[in-house]
Design a protein around this ligand. Structure first.
Ligand code: C2E
Ligand code: MG
Ligand code: MG
Ligand code: MG
Length: 278
């Protein structure tokens, strides 16, 4: 949204603010009809085991391309959808689509892939979530052990009692769980211990400068130590370079996700990626 860059600072500042307010309104209105107008699609980003050099899964990431507004980042529209309740149906759509795509991959021979799906705590707060969730997984028929739900640390911690309850019920169904964006929020170690999550995802903000910033490296090391003592797997997001991968390996991380291996891909591109990687 950098516009009028050649003009003076004041003009640049005010016009970009006006644009962004108008844009915000347009996005809100457009969000009401995005689902019914089929404006969403999913992309998949591979998750790599760097010990065995295999693709063990992928994260489903939603994309919205509006016919007039163009590409709108999920960082922008997901929080809005959480505020106005649209996240519930969007989330069910993501779940069904991601499970169907993964089922296709399993049926074509890639039958050990785990799909990670981002879940907002706003979805979990709805009483009907568990029922709707079960209906979809039963309908699609993908084995539950290959479903991983990513929930951000901040969202879990903000609603800890109700989150714990529903996460335990999901876990009892055989669903896996990951704590997303770990390190960016404030976690009580006591609650962390109680969460049924099997995996901690280190936030990319600690990984992106890991080769330059000793503090980031120290933080990543302590997250790894913590996860080991809690007996949880570690995934490092934001692994962009060979140097990142090398350092992460040295620190004992074996699961990574990031641009070094691949950006999020459309389903057909992801299928090709899998074939080439094998
Ligand atoms: P997230 O769940 O933490 O997803 C990881 C984000 O990091 C993705 O951004 C991904 O494209 C980006 N990323 C992956 N590798 C790299 C890398 O090497 N370098 C950098 N700089 N970035 C990398 P994306 O797709 O824009 O999604 C942003 C956020 O939007 C997600 O963060 C998640 O919180 C939310 N989101 C995306 N799809 C969904 C969804 O279906 N449902 C919900 N509730 N939230 C979603
Ligand atoms: Mg995620
Ligand atoms: Mg994340
Ligand atoms: Mg995030």
């Amino acid at each position: 949204h950098v516009k009028n860059q050649g003009k003076n600072n004041y003009e640049f500042y005010s016009s970009s603010m006006n644009t962004s307010i108008a844009e915000k309104m347009q996005i809100l209105t457009a969000l009401h009809t995005a689902l019914e107008n089929n404006e969403f699609h999913l992309t998949y980003q591979p998750k790599i085991n760097i010990d065995t050099n295999t693709v063990y899964g992928m994260e489903a990431l939603i994309r919205w391309i509006h016919p007039k507004l163009g590409f709108i980042s999920p960082e922008i529209f997901i929080p809005k959808a959480e505020d106005n309740g649209h996240i519930y149906n969007i989330g069910l759509w993501v779940l069904e689509k991601a499970l169907e795509d993964t089922k296709k991959l399993h049926d074509s021979g890639f039958n050990d892939l785990t799909v990670s799906i981002n879940i907002s705590s706003k979805q979990l707060e709805q009483n009907c979530f568990l029922d709707d969730f079960r209906k979809i997984i039963d309908k699609v028929g993908l084995k539950r052990e290959f479903i991983d739900l990513e929930i951000t640390e901040t969202q879990v911690m903000n609603n800890i009692e109700s989150s714990l309850d529903i996460l335990r019920q999901l876990s009892a169904l055989g669903i896996k769980m990951s704590i997303d964006d770990f390190g960016t929020g404030y976690s009580s170690l006591n609650y962390l211990k109680q969460l049924p999550a099997s995996t901690i995802k280190i936030d990319k903000s600690f990984v992106l400068d890991i080769d330059k910033d000793e503090n980031d490296k120290a933080i990543v090391s302590s997250i790894i130590a913590l996860s080991q003592s809690l007996n949880k797997n570690i995934v490092a997001e934001g692994s962009e370079t060979e140097e990142h991968i090398k350092i992460l390996k040295e620190l004992g991380v074996n699961q990574v996700q990031g641009y070094f291996y691949s950006k999020p891909l459309k389903f057909e591109e992801f299928e090709s990626f899998l074939k080439e990687f094998r």
